[in-house]
Design a protein around this ligand. Structure first.
Ligand SMILES: [Zn+2]
Ligand SMILES: [Zn+2]
Length: 427
């Protein structure tokens, strides 16, 4: 490889550098003023300062248990490994279907897992010589749970939204409502869907990317969502621009009209504090100082591998700088430094607790029906939906060892809420 940098390369690197330039103090102020107004968080202000960066300041005194703010996530994803346990809306992470579907689906997938591990491949469950200590439920009963042919007692007290399939027909993403399906399609999923309606130029490449992320680190899926979000937003801004200004030749990615639109599309991501992932990742305890450099190189190589696969799947030359390793590393680094765990409690746990609390006179009869399912689920019955998400306002708050606020999630999903006493000068 030569070292010569041609003008096109130079322009590309300039654009990458522009995307990674932190916003100015007035830009930060302006962005968060709009966000504060949208979130109705009166009494709170994001104040940037040149020395400490951004901080969330309280201008009023909060009482204990007061709600401080509700934040809306910019991007979030359920952990891949959690998808077996919890069937949730791919946009707002609300549990969907029914208690029966949640239980039936989990048992069905558990059975598949058992067959795959013990190699029996048996699907009828009769006379299976299995190492599993859990109670086995017959396949036809599991199917009845999943097809709504079997209703568990009192499950009507735990209604869940009907399952809405993905608009692209992928059978991977499901939603709690048409509005969540459309919002996800519009913001993220239309480029990342592996169904027939996908806008991805290669769903085959997309499958390879997802497989790699599932086998290595599912944070790559979240990074892909950020890139997809930016591209889709860029395309909308460009369509509006073309409509306003008339048609222009867009075949040149260095067209002076294009890059400002990409910068605008990237704006909400630009506000998050970032460093390169391989520079800021916390080192595992078993990595000693002599192996530090090598460990960081391995992380960088892993990100490179993932980015190549993503590029094959959704590359758009007008958004080329988004596919630079530097940008990819910074997006993941932003998650590493700011992300909040996403946890949504399981209604299946609530259901079994409810059954357990029934008056003794009713309990015995009901438990005859429900206990085999509880035994079959084992300790996993209460697993919550788990994932990771980036929240714009919350990300401006730093960790504290003596916190005066806590994050929690209520029924209205999408919102991460912060409450408790007061938050004065929390940097
Ligand atoms: Zn939803
Ligand atoms: Zn889809």
């Amino acid at each position: 490889m030569g070292t010569c940098i041609c003008p096109i390369d130079a322009q590309f690197f300039d654009q990458v550098a522009a995307l990674l330039t932190p916003p100015t103090l007035p830009q930060i102020q302006e962005y968060f003023e709009v966000l504060e107004a949208k979130r109705h968080c009166s009494g709170l202000k994001v104040k940037p300062d040149a020395k400490h960066g951004k901080g969330v300041h309280s201008e009023v005194n909060f009482q204990e248990d007061d709600l401080i703010l509700k934040d809306e996530m910019l991007v979030g994803a359920q952990h891949s490994s959690n998808k077996i346990d919890c069937f949730v809306c791919s946009f707002c992470f609300r549990f969907i279907g029914s208690i029966e579907l949640q239980i039936g689906r989990k048992l069905y997938l558990q059975e598949l897992g058992v067959s795959a591990v013990d190699g029996s491949g048996s699907s009828d469950g009769i006379g299976c010589n299995t190492s599993s200590e859990k109670t086995r439920i017959p396949q036809d009963t599991i199917q009845s749970l999943m097809n709504s042919n079997l209703q568990l007692p009192y499950s009507e007290n735990f209604p869940l939204p009907l399952v809405v399939p993905c608009l692209g027909g992928c059978k991977e993403a499901y939603y709690c409502s048409k509005s969540c399906a459309e919002a996800d399609w519009d913001s993220f999923h239309s480029l990342l869907c592996i169904g027939h309606g996908s806008s991805s130029p290669s769903t085959e490449a997309l499958l390879k990317f997802v497989k790699h992320a599932n086998e290595t680190n599912d944070i790559f899926i979240l990074a892909a969502k950020v890139i997809s979000f930016t591209i889709l937003r860029y395309r909308k801004l460009k369509a509006a621009h073309v409509q306003r200004e008339g048609k222009h030749d867009s075949s040149n990615q260095f067209d002076s009209c294009i890059f400002p639109l990409l910068l605008e599309a990237w704006k909400s991501v630009s506000m998050g504090f970032k460093r390169r992932w391989w520079d800021c990742i916390a080192l595992p305890e078993d990595v000693d100082s002599s192996e530090k450099v090598e460990f960081r190189m391995q992380i960088k190589d892993l990100a490179f591998e993932s980015l190549q696969l993503l590029k094959e799947a959704i590359y758009d030359k007008e958004c080329a700088p988004l596919f630079s390793l530097d940008i990819y590393g910074h997006i993941i680094g932003m998650f590493e430094l700011n992300n909040l765990d996403l946890v949504v409690a399981s209604p299946v746990e609530d259901y079994f607790l409810y059954i357990d609390d029934l008056p003794v006179s009713q309990k015995k009869e009901v438990e005859n029906l429900t206990k085999p399912f509880l035994d079959a689920l084992g300790d996993d019955y209460s697993i919550s939906c788990q994932g990771t998400a980036f929240f714009p306002l919350q990300s401006c708050m730093n960790h504290s060892c003596i916190p005066n606020a806590k994050a929690f999630k209520r029924e209205e999903m999408l919102m991460e809420e912060w409450s408790r006493t007061r938050m004065d000068k929390l940097l």
